[in-house]
Design a protein around this ligand. Structure first.
Ligand code: HEM
Length: 386
């Protein structure tokens, strides 16, 4: 079996030029397969769209409490059962419902003008630079600012909070990233205590008035972590795809429907490479007997290029419709930030294609070493004004 020689939990696999060709061959060997990962131990690998929906759509059989991501060590992760991504129904709703109004499609529409204004400012500023890093300079400034808006971060603290978040994700080494994160948590706790007494119209207040303080901090952290890196890496990987597909870049500025194009870029990049669950009881999955306690990993890019669902899946087709990708997951834990991320990405690529004639690569993109948010550490480019 190919999974004996190819380790999907190794980030190096995903940076290979032939990763998707190998993935097709692996999927042909079975929708659901046993996978002995050197780092993670025994896992079930889910490689087809139908089985991915079966796992993610059944939160009663497949639990998130044992972790929703690989790479965080064995045993229950910190915050298990006390935050949105790491809790099961019915408790899960206690963490998700209070903040839902801030992440609805309607709210994302209301934020669109602000997102466009911010995005135009960022792109205009960078158009005069000879060299920029698409990952650091473009991908996260808007999501970070919007996140500060949603959290109600006071204006005076913004630069510091944005600095902490940036360091927490793109610090030069794990110790630097951890240290920045450790500074962010007490800051959030302080705000949570203040908002509990004097609530405003923001995410922290919505959580602080319904949950324990440690749960407020965990869930704010979950939302910040969920909302910044994912958009940053999707933007960078999507730009890389567009640089490599000149016809698609042209199509984007000339005739593409921005909504359909965004969906295709989400499918194509699938930066949330995997979603982890733990079986609660014995269950059959595509003819395999999954035992209670087994860890089951849905590989998003494999499902998103499943030929039985996507016609010509290895073609970047900005007009693809329907496009039932699972880049935002599926079921109970479906990405709460989906509408916001869609708006941020659609506006970004609309603004770019309107203002920029060419995105010229000035060096090789550097892949990050992550199977959580698979993306780039740097992508040096120059933007040429249209
Ligand atoms: C392109 C951008 C994004 C991608 C690819 C992405 C991907 C995902 C995926 C695959 C899940 C499901 C995880 C699971 O089933 O265990 C998820 C959940 C989540 N995402 Fe996103 N996400 C993105 C943007 C955002 C944004 C902008 C936010 C917040 C502002 C956010 C916050 C969250 C949260 C809090 C969850 C947990 C939801 C729950 O457990 O009910 N994400 N995301």
């Amino acid at each position: 079996m190919l999974l004996d020689t190819h380790d999907l939990t190794d980030p190096g696999f995903w940076a290979r030029e032939d990763a998707y060709a190998i993935l097709d061959e692996i999927r042909d060997e079975g929708a659901v397969q046993r996978h002995e990962s050197a780092k993670e131990g025994p896992l079930w690998a889910v490689l087809t769209h139908r089985e991915a929906l079966a796992v993610l759509g059944d939160a009663r059989s497949y639990s998130s409490q044992g972790g929703s991501l690989l790479g965080t060590g064995h045993g229950p992760p910190a915050g298990a059962g006390r935050m949105m991504a790491l809790s099961d129904p019915p408790k899960h709703r206690a963490y998700r419902d209070p903040v839902m109004p801030f992440f609805s499609a309607r709210h994302a529409t209301r934020l669109e003008d602000r997102i466009r204004e911010l995005t135009e400012q960022v792109v205009e500023r960078l158009l005069v630079c000879e060299k920029i890093d698409f990952v650091r300079d473009i991908g996260a400034i808007v999501p970070l600012t919007v996140m500060c808006d949603l959290m109600g971060i006071p204006d005076d603290d913004r630069d510091e909070v944005m600095g902490m978040c940036d360091q927490a994700f793109l610090g030069h080494n794990p110790a630097e990233r951890r240290a920045a994160h450790q500074r962010l948590l007490p800051y959030l706790l302080q705000l949570a205590m203040e908002r509990r007494d004097a609530p405003g119209d923001d995410v922290i207040s919505a959580l602080a008035t319904t949950l324990e303080l440690d749960e407020v901090v965990l869930n704010c952290d979950n939302i910040i972590v969920g909302g910044i890196q994912t958009v940053r890496h999707t933007a960078a990987m999507a730009m890389l795809a567009l640089v490599r597909h000149a016809d698609a870049w042209r199509e984007l500025s000339e005739k593409a429907d921005p909504k359909l194009a965004t969906e295709e870029l989400l499918r194509w990049t699938s930066v949330g490479l995997h979603v982890l669950r733990t079986a609660k009881a014995d269950v059959d999955l595509a003819g395999r007997r999954v035992r209670a306690g087994d860890r089951v990993v849905v590989w998003t890019p494999a499902a998103n290029r499943d030929t039985t669902v996507f016609k010509d899946p290895h073609r970047l087709d900005l007009a693809r419709h329907p496009n039932r990708h699972i880049a935002f997951g599926w079921g109970e834990h479906y990405c709460i930030g989906g509408p916001l991320a869609r708006t941020e990405l659609r506006v970004l690529f609309t603004v770019l294609s309107r203002l920029v004639a060419e995105v010229e690569p000035l060096g090789a993109p550097e892949y990050n070493q992550s199977i959580i948010n698979f993306g780039l550490d740097s992508f040096p480019v120059r933007l040429h004004r249209r």
